[in-house]
Design a protein around this ligand. Structure first.
Ligand SMILES: [Zn+2]
Length: 325
C-alpha cells in the first residue's frame, strides 16, 4: 500500500491535466472492475456490478499547481495559480514542470507575504531564449512531490490531497468481491478549481447515494483550526463544510455502520473548505451525499501530514458501507 501511495504521489496531475494520474489509477483497478470509462471531461468511472442500491464513491485526481503564462527577458517564468495556493509555504520551494524541468518559486519581495502576481519561477535560465527551450506558455508546474515517513505511522509530503482518497478507493476496489450493491467509483477531474468533474460524473452515474473521499483539516497542528478532528484518531464522517451540509439520514447510517464494524471514526464539522460532495449533492435531481475524510495537517502546503492508520480505517469504512448501506 505504501508503494502505491508513493506512485500516486509522485505522478503529476494538475487540474485539467490529469492524464498521467488517470492512466496509473486505471491500470491499478482495471482487473477488478466490470467496466471502465472516461467521460468527456476526463473523469474515470469504474463499475462493479451488483443488484442493490446504486452507490457512487469519488475521489479527485487533480492537485493544485501553476500554469506558465509568460517568460520574461531575463528568462524567469510568470505563472498563474491553479487552485488554492499557499504562497507562504510556496515561497522559495522547489517546483517541477510536466516535462520534468525543475525550478524555484521566487517572490519579488521578501518583506511581505507573496501573492499570485509577485512570484516567478527561476529554472536557472540565463536568457529568455534558453528558458523558452525548456518551458512553453501553458506548461504546468506542481510543487515537487515527495513522501517521507515521520515518527510512528505518520507521513509527510505532497500531494496527499487527494491521492490518499484515490488510494482508499483503489485498495477498496481490490478487496471488494461480488458486491450486493451496484458500485461506481469515480476518480474526478478539476476539484481544486471548483469541484467541476464530480458534477457530470454524478449526472452520468445517477446514484442513490454518493460519497466523496478527501482530506480534511485538523486541530492538532500549529496554526490549525478549532475543530474536533485529530490526525490518527480515524477517518471522519463529514457533517458539514463550507460547501455542503451532508444528508443527515446518510450521516446517521454511516455512523451506525462504522460502530457496528468497530471502525474508529471522528465527526467532522468544518467551517471552511469544500469537496466534491457539494457537486454530487446538487447534480441532476439531487443526490443523498456524504463524505469520508482523511485528517491532514498543513493542507495545500509542501508538507501535508497524515497518519497511515487513518487511511487503513477509511478503507475498512468504505468496504463496510458498500456492503451494508
Ligand atoms: Zn482535496
Amino acid at each position: 500500500m505504501i508503494e502505491l501511495l508513493k506512485k500516486l504521489m509522485l505522478t503529476h496531475g494538475v487540474s485539467g491535466r490529469e492524464d498521467k494520474i488517470r492512466e496509473l489509477i486505471r491500470a491499478q483497478i482495471e482487473p477488478y472492475c466490470d467496466e471502465i470509462t472516461v467521460d468527456p471531461v476526463g473523469n474515470l468511472i469504474a463499475h462493479i456490478k451488483g443488484e442493490g442500491k446504486k452507490i457512487m464513491l469519488g475521489a479527485h485526481m487533480d492537485e493544485i499547481g501553476y500554469f506558465a503564462t509568460h517568460i520574461t527577458e531575463k528568462g524567469f517564468i510568470k505563472v498563474s495559480p491553479i487552485g488554492g495556493i499557499n504562497y507562504l509555504s510556496g515561497a522559495f520551494s522547489s517546483v517541477v514542470s510536466e516535462n520534468g524541468v525543475y525550478g524555484v518559486l521566487a517572490p519579488t519581495k521578501t518583506d511581505e507575504l507573496p501573492k499570485a502576481d509577485s512570484v516567478y519561477i527561476d529554472i536557472g535560465a540565463k536568457s529568455k531564449r534558453q528558458a523558452e527551450n525548456k518551458v512553453k506558455v501553458g506548461d504546468f508546474f506542481v510543487h515537487t512531490p515527495s513522501v517521507k515517513r515521520l515518527l510512528g505511522t505518520r507521513y509527510v509530503g505532497r500531494p496527499f490531497d487527494d491521492r490518499v482518497g484515490c488510494l482508499v478507493l483503489i485498495e477498496a476496489i481490490k478487496e471488494i468481491k461480488n458486491p450486493k450493491n451496484d458500485l461506481y467509483f469515480v476518480f474526478t477531474v478539476q476539484e481544486e478549481v471548483g469541484c467541476k468533474g464530480a458534477r457530470p460524473a454524478t449526472y452520468t452515474v445517477e446514484p442513490d447515494i454518493a460519497i466523496a473521499l478527501d482530506v480534511t483539516r485538523t486541530d492538532d497542528k500549529i496554526g490549525s483550526d478549532t475543530l474536533n478532528v485529530k490526525i490518527g484518531d480515524g477517518p471522519t464522517i463529514k457533517i458539514k463544510d463550507a460547501s455542503v451540509i451532508c444528508s443527515h439520514e446518510l450521516v446517521v447510517k454511516m455512523r451506525e455502520i462504522a460502530k457496528a464494524n468497530n471502525i474508529k471514526y471522528q465527526d467532522e464539522m468544518l467551517s471552511r473548505g469544500g469537496t466534491d460532495t457539494s457537486s454530487m449533492q446538487i447534480a441532476r435531481r439531487g443526490t443523498r451525499a456524504g463524505a469520508i475524510s482523511i485528517p491532514c495537517g498543513f493542507i495545500h502546503t509542501n508538507n501535508e501530514m497524515i497518519d497511515i492508520n487513518d487511511v487503513r480505517g477509511a478503507i475498512k469504512l468504505v468496504k463496510a458501507l458498500v456492503r451494508e448501506l
